[in-house]
Design a protein around this ligand. Structure first.
Ligand SMILES: Nc1nc2c(ncn2[C@@H]2O[C@H](COP(=O)(O)OP(=O)(O)OP(=O)(O)O)[C@@H](O)[C@H]2O)c(=O)[nH]1
Length: 411
């Protein structure tokens, strides 16, 4: 369901720009030009968040802010200027942020905040502090920005939470705690998880000037001194979450085939090497298949390279759908491979032949030109724990399939 945003703004051009930004990042937007209209809309709709102008014709002193806050709508305030009096009024309320409408950057910043809010719903943050009051304060700040929040009383509890919930992205930790303090916790987290996986923000009320350096040297990404300003807290947190997100995007791009969006050769090798080590330890037999489109050159020559690409993309969707529990990848050109989690040879061979048959029947649906094509498949199954060797064995069978008429599975 599309998230709805309420824009409370009396200048039509500004409201239009804000609506444009909101729609661009995936929201449905309603505009209210007055507080009265806003109240009416709030009574009839459920809003994911609101952008609120500080001065409105019927609310000259920021009265629209308590209205959205009372309705539990995460609120971003936009102000013409932020003098001390306005800032004092704005800071009284648990808002998401305030932005001054000074220049183009203000609207770029708004766009970023609107993008972050739905993203935050997916981000798990673990707060580690033995002071219940501080923990609650930090958790409330996090919940206001829609983060998923977990809590731990000390370092030992934190490690247990991380073991149970491995997708925690950020750990915010105090230093002085019983059982295991903050910098010891950082060291332990860094022994178990890399900087690419988790960000750590150290927090302490201690006056020791060395503490920030100690936190950072032990693997923390950032440090905040208590009492901290909530704006600074949010800025540092967002920067760290953005950094993790960028790393995830880069990693995904590095592991994905550009044309078909299937895992690429690099990822396939990385993952199979890890899995083969495990299988060897468990004395299980690996199972792998190689696939090659028959007469693909003729498809390119007859229908053009773009049509050939379409065939590759359509076939890749089938791979992704058909082999959900296994690792399917495009090794290059018109060559694909599947590494099976299921090590039962007869079962896998049955599935492979079903897949071959499915492609033979349905391939015309993959392209505008209704190109019919078939697959040759080579299958390797045996106590071979080197991926190169396993691929070589499957390739020999694939060659045999090609040599003996194509459109078949050879094991
Ligand atoms: N459209 C398109 N073609 C590609 C891509 N990568 C490789 N090819 C083409 O794939 C074709 C592979 O042809 P061949 O290896 O000769 O084999 P084939 O025609 O499929 O014949 P058999 O494998 O013997 O059945 C070549 O024409 C390549 O140019 C790609 O990304 N897109």
């Amino acid at each position: 369901m599309t998230r709805k945003i309420l824009i409370i703004e009396d200048t039509p051009t500004i409201a239009r720009v804000q609506k444009h930004i909101a729609i661009k990042v995936g929201y449905d937007a309603d505009i209210a030009g007055t507080l009265a209209q806003a109240k009416e809309l709030i009574s009839k709709n459920s809003y994911f968040c609101a952008v609120v102008d500080f001065i409105l014709p019927d609310a000259p002193q920021g009265e629209a802010i308590p209205c959205t806050i009372a309705a539990d709508i995460p609120t971003i305030v936009m102000t013409g200027n932020i003098d001390l009096k306005t800032r004092d009024t704005v800071e009284k309320y648990p808002i998401i942020d305030y932005i001054t409408k000074e220049n183009k950057q203000a609207y770029q910043y708004l766009e970023k905040q609107l993008q972050r809010l739905p993203r935050n719903e997916e981000v798990k943050v673990l707060v580690v502090d033995d002071s219940v009051a501080t923990r609650h304060h930090i958790c409330n700040l996090l919940k206001r920005h829609k983060y998923q929040v977990l809590e731990a009383n000390d370092g030992v509890e934190a490690l247990a939470v991380l073991e149970k919930t491995p997708d925690v992205a950020v750990i915010i930790t105090d230093n002085e705690m019983p059982n295991m303090n903050g910098d010891e916790l950082c060291t332990e987290i860094r022994r178990l998880y890399s900087n690419d996986e988790k960000a750590i923000i150290g927090i302490s009320g201690s006056d020791t000037s060395h503490l920030s350096a100690r936190f950072l040297k032990n693997g923390a990404n950032d440090y905040l001194r208590k009492p901290f300003n909530s704006e600074e807290f949010y800025c540092r947190l967002s920067q760290n979450v953005d950094m993790l997100e960028q790393i995830t995007t880069i990693r995904l791009q590095a592991n994905t085939d550009y044309l078909t969006k299937l895992p690429n050769r690099r990822y396939f090798f990385e993952e199979t090497v890890k899995s083969l080590k495990q299988l060897k330890k468990q004395e299980l037999t690996p199972s792998l298949a190689m696939f090659d489109i028959d007469h693909f050159k003729a498809i390119n020559d007859t229908y053009g390279h773009d049509a050939g690409d379409e065939v590759l993309k359509g076939l890749s969707i089938c791979f992704a759908k058909y082999f959900t529990k296994d690792l399917a990848a495009r090794l290059g050109g018109e060559e694909f491979a599947v590494y099976f989690n299921d090590t039962n040879k007869d079962e896998v061979l049955k599935r492979l032949d079903n897949f071959r048959h499915f492609v033979e029947l349905n391939s015309p649906e993959f392209s505008k030109e209704k190109i019919q094509f078939t697959l040759s498949i080579g299958y390797a199954h045996g106590p071979v724990y080197q991926i190169d060797e396993l691929l070589k064995q499957a390739d020999i069978k694939l060659y045999e399939a090609k040599e003996t008429g194509r459109n078949k599975v050879i094991a």
